[in-house]
Design a protein around this ligand. Sequence first.
Ligand SMILES: C[S@@+](CC[C@H](N)C(=O)[O-])C[C@H]1O[C@@H](n2cnc3c(N)ncnc32)[C@H](O)[C@@H]1O
Length: 326
Amino acid sequence: MEHQDDFMAGHTADRRDTNGAFHHTPVMAAEVLDALRGIPAGIVIDATLGGGGHSDLLLEELDHIEIVGFDQDGDAIAAARKRLQPYGTRSVALHRRFDELPEVAAERSIASISGFLFDLGVSSPQLDRAERGFSYSQDGQLDMRMDRSRPRDASNIVNESSESSLRDILREYGDERHAGRIARAIVEARPIHGSAELAQLVYDAVPAATRAGRHPARRTFQALRIAVNDEISVLRSGLDGALDLLDSGGRGVVISYHSGEDRVVKAAFSPLVDDKRDTTPDVVEPPQADYVLLWRGSRRPGDDEIERNPRARSARMRGIERSVAA
Ligand SMILES: C[S@@+](CC[C@H](N)C(=O)[O-])C[C@H]1O[C@@H](n2cnc3c(N)ncnc32)[C@H](O)[C@@H]1O
């Protein structure tokens, strides 16, 4: 998530934003609904339930669907269950990682799905609660695990990784230009105990001229979060699992928040929509691709949404449909 500080400012009093203590504004909600409106009756996978904001909207507006939701964060699952309770058996919230979809489908005898939604990144409560360690603007333990039963947290990575692997993490997952300097400063200062200490260390490590504007630790925190939760590698397998299960006429939507995620989504969709048209002259009815993109490239939120919820600013949404069998 590129815009953590904006994200935290992005809460509104809208009915869909509030769920007891769990406040999260669903991003590009109208666009998600539009994209999934025409899908066949059946199951929609919400791979990233969070507080259940998108699922609430989909269940309310689309009578012909049921939701099977995933989240690896126990707090999110508790909040989503509460929010989706009015829909009774039309929704189920599972404390599982989304790359476990094939196993879950087998366990629940799900042969195909009508749609899927991946709304990547972190939820507002994950950032807001200092003890979760996701935020550079509050002091907490260096945790950053979405699933708190995982053995390795941010403290393990910061305090135990080699300088070169820290540098690679910061470059690859944070697009951090000063990855080398920051990695060196971390190694020299270890052990590092909390998020405020790390944020200050990054601030001191980068060239003074780059400290103006947004906090220089933003990219470091994003990179560590992605590494702790193994976000990039599970994304590809999660998407492949959902695409495999998609029914004819079914649609999938993915909202990503930084270029590394968006690259994975594009790489998962592109080979499927490659036109398999046979151009030999004697082929009269050329075979079509199995999937089609719902629109070219990615969609971005409108200015009015970004104004209401600045966290939406970095969102990029891609959509795909499984072609209806001839
Ligand atoms: C941006 S929030 C989703 C918000 C949700 N769409 C809503 O409207 O409330 C992203 C959620 O995805 C969850 N998440 C991230 N990676 C996951 C994974 N691999 N498996 C399951 N959940 C994941 C996070 O724990 C977080 O709750």
